[in-house]
Design a protein around this ligand. Structure first.
Ligand code: 13P
Ligand code: SF4
Length: 398
C-alpha cells in the first residue's frame, strides 16, 4: 500500500473516475489522486522553455523516465524511454539521481520506488495516472482467491505470476507466495520459471491481473490448450469455478484486462487486411486471444518499435497498441517509406497515461527545483520487502 492510497479496499472495481487535474481522492483505485498546488495553464506559450529551465536547474539530481505511451510533449523531456521492463531496470540503475520523475502510470512509479534506494524519491506528475487493469485486482480479492485455492487443496501447487501492471500490494502477495512479476516482454520466461518451481506436471500458475497476456503466453507461445486455462472471476463466489475445474487447470487466469487493448477485435484485423493488401498486423499481447491469433506479430511496446526499425522500406503495418505510440512511430518512419496505421478505426488513447501532460510536468519539475517535493510515491516497508522479492525474481530471469 502506498502513502497515496486509502485503506478502503472492500469495493468492486469501477470505471475510472476522471477527476480533472487529478484533484480529490479515489478510494476505489490502486492510486491516489490528490494533486496539490496550482498547475500552469495549458495555453502558456512558455511551457517548453519552463520545463527545460527547471530540468537544467535540477541537473543530475533528476532523472526522467518516459513510458512509450506518453504524449510527445512529455516524451521530449525523458532521459530514457522504454517499456515497463526497461524502465524498471533503468530506474534501478540510477542510484545517483535524488529524484526519479516517472512519466507513466502509478504502478510503474511504485515499482521504481521499490527498486530504488530509500534516499531516492520517485515522483508521479499526476497522481490520477493509474491503470484500470491494475485496479481490477485488489489485495482483498486476491487474498480471498488464495483461500479458494487452499479450500480446493491446490494452493501448495500454485505459483503466482503477476503482470507488472498491478499494485504494490499484489506484487507483495506474489513475493510472499513464492512467485514472480513479469512484463509483456518476459512473460514466457516467467511462466517457464514458475513451472520449474515444483513438479512441472503438478504445478499451476495463478496469473494476475491480465487474462489476455496470461492466455496468449500460455497458448500461443508455450503450446498449452485453451482448456488448460480457467478464468477466475473475483466478483463471483469461488471465482465462478468448481474445485474440480481449479484442480484440472494449469493456468488460473484472473479476470482482468486492459481497456485500451480490449478495444481491438477480430473485425479490426479483417478490416485492415481488406483495406491494405499485404499489411503486416502487429499487436500487443494485452489484446484478446482471437486478435493475437489473427495477427502476424505479437510483442511488447519495445518489440513493436524494434520490429518497425527493422522493417524494409515500402512495407505496410497496422499496429494494435496505444495511439500516442502508434502516431509517433507513423511519423518517425514515414520518411523511410514505411506505412504505419492504427489497427482500429476509433481513437484509442490510454486516458490515464495521457494525464501526464506538459502542465503537470512543468509543475513537478519547477516544484522540485524550488526544493518542494511533490507527488511522491512511496511504498511502505513491509509491502516493499515482499514486492521487491518478486520484482528481483523477474530481474534475475535468464
Ligand atoms: P509494455 O510497455 O511493457 O509493453 O506495457 C504496455 C502497457 O500497457 C503498459 O501499461
Ligand atoms: Fe493500464 Fe492499459 Fe493504460 Fe497500460 S494501456 S496503463 S494496461 S489501461
Amino acid at each position: 500500500m502506498t502513502t497515496a492510497q486509502t485503506t478502503e479496499l472492500d469495493v468492486q472495481p469501477t470505471p475510472l473516475a476522471l477527476l480533472l487535474l487529478g484533484r480529490e481522492a479515489d478510494p476505489k483505485s490502486e492510486r491516489g489522486v490528490e494533486c496539490p498546488g496550482d498547475l500552469p495553464s495549458p495555453s502558456d506559450p512558455d511551457l517548453v522553455a519552463r520545463a527545460r529551465a527547471a530540468k537544467e536547474k535540477l541537473g543530475d539530481k533528476v532523472f526522467v523516465l518516459g513510458h512509450h505511451y506518453q504524449r510527445d510533449e512529455v516524451i521530449q523531456f525523458a532521459d530514457v524511454t522504454g517499456d515497463s521492463f526497461k524502465l524498471a531496470r533503468d530506474a534501478a540503475a540510477r542510484p545517483e539521481a535524488e529524484y526519479i520523475v516517472f512519466c507513466g502510470v502509478h504502478f510503474m512509479a511504485e515499482s521504481a520506488d521499490i527498486l530504488t534506494s530509500d534516499d531516492q524519491k520517485v515522483v508521479l506528475p499526476d497522481l490520477a495516472a493509474g491503470c484500470s487493469m491494475a485496479d481490477m485486482a485488489t489485495a482483498e480479492q486476491v487474498a480471498e482467491c488464495w483461500d479458494v485455492l487452499t479450500e480446493a487443496g491446490i494452493a501448495e501447487q500454485v505459483v503466482p505470476v503477476s503482470y507488472m501492471n498491478s499494485s504494490a500490494d499484489i506484487k507483495a502477495f506474489t513475493g510472499k507466495h513464492g512467485g514472480t512479476i513479469c512484463t509483456s516482454s518476459n512473460a514466457q520466461r516467467a511462466l517457464e520459471w514458475a513451472f520449474e518451481q515444483g513438479e512441472p506436471s503438478a504445478t499451476k500458475v495463478l496469473f494476475l491481473p491480465d487474462q489476455h497476456l496470461g492466455r496468449n503466453t500460455a497458448v500461443r507461445d508455450m503450446g498449452m490448450s485453451l482448456d488448460d486455462c480457467v478464468l477466475y472471476n473475483p466478483h463471483k463466489p469461488n471465482g465462478g469455478l468448481t474445485a474440480e475445474q481449479l484442480r484440472n487447470a494449469k493456468m488460473i487466469l484472473w479476470r482482468g484486462h486492459c481497456s485500451v487493448h480490449g478495444r481491438f477485435s477480430l473485425d479490426s484485423v479483417n478490416d485492415v487486411r481488406e483495406r491494405i493488401p499485404g499489411v503486416n498486423v502487429l499487436v500487443h499481447p494485452e489484446c484478446k486471444h482471437e486478435v493475437v491469433s489473427a495477427a502476424d506479430y505479437v510483442g511488447s511496446t519495445e518489440y513493436i518499435i524494434k520490429a518497425l526499425e527493422a522493417a524494409p522500406a515500402g512495407s505496410k503495418w497496422a499496429i494494435g497498441t496505444e495511439l500516442n505510440l502508434v502516431r509517433r512511430l507513423a511519423n518517425r518512419f514515414a520518411p523511410e517509406g514505411k506505412e504505419i496505421v492504427f489497427l482500429d478505426k476509433t481513437v484509442c488513447f490510454c486516458s490515464t497515461m495521457n494525464r501526464i501532460d506538459l502542465p503537470h510536468l512543468v509543475w513537478t519539475l519547477e516544484s522540485l527545483a524550488e526544493g518542494n517535493l511533490v507527488n511522491r510515491i512511496e511504498v511502505d516497508n513491509e509491502t516493499e520487502a515482499f514486492a521487491k522479492l518478486a520484482l528481483e525474481r523477474m530481474l534475475a530471469l535468464p
